[in-house]
Write a protein that binds this ligand. Sequence first.
Ligand code: FES
Length: 97
Amino acid sequence: MPKVRFDDEEVEVPAGITLLDAALDNGIALDHNCGGNCACSSCHVIIIEGMENLSEMRDDEEDMLDTAVGLTLQSRLACQSQVKGDVRVTIPPKPAI
Ligand code: FES
């Protein structure tokens, strides 16, 4: 089973699960304001290692990701990223409102 490391916590997950479900199923807090429907950018994560082990980014994810705060070249939406192998992820801090 693929391993996903979210900051300091590593979990084993079934292949094909999204990063969002991998986090939520293991008690790791990750915002998901639209319920995982690619209609917000609150599930924005940054991939430290293993981008090649995630599903390809689709156009709708790319469009929505453009609205994410703190966007980087390694950014993905967790609800749209299916895990195919080991990945290391950081969850960016939320900006103060
Ligand atoms: S939860 Fe809204 S885009 Fe992922």
